[in-house]
Design a protein around this ligand. Structure first.
Ligand code: ADP
Ligand code: MG
Length: 270
């Protein structure tokens, strides 16, 4: 059950963007999708969301191949929050969240603002602690508030699977930790593309590490986030220490090769 990615490759214009990627995303787990810029994280999320079709291989959701689900069913089951997603027209927060109900409208011209839709909108905003934002204009929100409202919009889709592309970008540290704790508390199957390896180690059940379109490593944070793997994929030295609270791996980085030591106080650095 959950999402099964079987030998998926994706090529575009003669370029291989994802190459023979296989992974299992168990129901109810939080998976961190890591990898350097350009590794293929966003592309893999779009494939899982059914927005791209694999060139070869296949993806199944709860045993149903995505290809057989159809657009509407896919949109009901899977919510993708894209990188830098932002409505361009100015809407009220409650209207932004209501957009998540589009896959449930009855026919092309059907409404999606019935009593049930409005109830789900209110509930979704409450789930991200955004009830007080409902009547604000979208454009006046802070980056962190916008991010939470976007997640409420995704939740209003009532998805089985929540896909978030770099959701912690532009958030301060409190916002980052709060957002990931909230995502965990939802108890949904979630896949998050993240840049911060420490956040991934603290909040994810499993890590998929992409490099150049290939799966470089997969497993628990403790299995994947080891100095040998990090050096290979990111080209930096790292040290792993158990986190003082919780014991999950916590990483310290140093450029590779190590720089000259800093001059001691009182010594000239010249
Ligand atoms: P990431 O999210 O890990 O930074 P992406 O999935 O956005 O990586 O992109 C992976 C690679 O695929 C990049 O080199 C990007 O330029 C390329 N790419 C993504 N989408 C397309 C496309 N539609 N056409 C051509 N190249 C693409
Ligand atoms: Mg990306």
């Amino acid at each position: 059950m959950g999402v099964v990615i079987e030998r998926v490759s994706f090529r575009v214009g003669g370029r291989t963007i994802l190459d023979d990627v296989s992974a299992i995303i168990p129901t109810g787990s939080v998976t961190g999708l890591l990898g350097p810029n350009g590794a293929g994280k966003s592309t893999l999320l779009r494939l899982i969301a059914g927005l791209h079709t694999p060139t070869s291989g296949r993806i199944t959701l709860d045993d149903a191949p995505l290809a057989t689900l159809g657009r509407r069913e896919t949109a009901r089951r899977i919510a993708l929050l894209e990188q830098n997603a932002s409505p361009t027209i100015d809407l009220l927060v409650r209207e932004v969240v209501l957009l998540g109900r589009i896959p449930y409208r009855s026919g092309i011209f059907g409404g999606f603002d019935g009593a049930e839709d409005l109830r789900i909108v209110a509930e979704s905003l409450a789930q991200v602690g955004g009830t007080d934002l409902a009547d604000r204009s979208w454009g006046t929100l802070s980056g962190g508030e916008q991010q939470r409202v976007q997640i409420a919009r995704a939740l209003a889709q009532r998805p089985n699977l929540l896909l978030l592309d770099e959701p912690t970008n532009h958030l301060d540290i409190g916002g980052q930790l709060g957002l990931l704790a909230q995502v965990r508390d939802l108890g949904l199957t979630a896949v998050l593309a993240l840049h911060d390896l420490n956040l991934a180690a603290a909040y994810c059940d499993q890590i998929l590490l992409l490099a150049d379109g290939r799966l470089a490593a997969a497993g628990t944070p403790a299995d994947v986030l080891v100095p040998r793997v990090i050096a290979k994929v990111y080209g930096v030295d790292s040290f792993v220490v158990p986190h003082p609270r919780g014991g999950h791996p916590s990483l310290l980085f140093a450029p590779s090769p190590p720089p000259r030591p800093f001059a001691k106080a009182g010594e000239s650095s010249l």
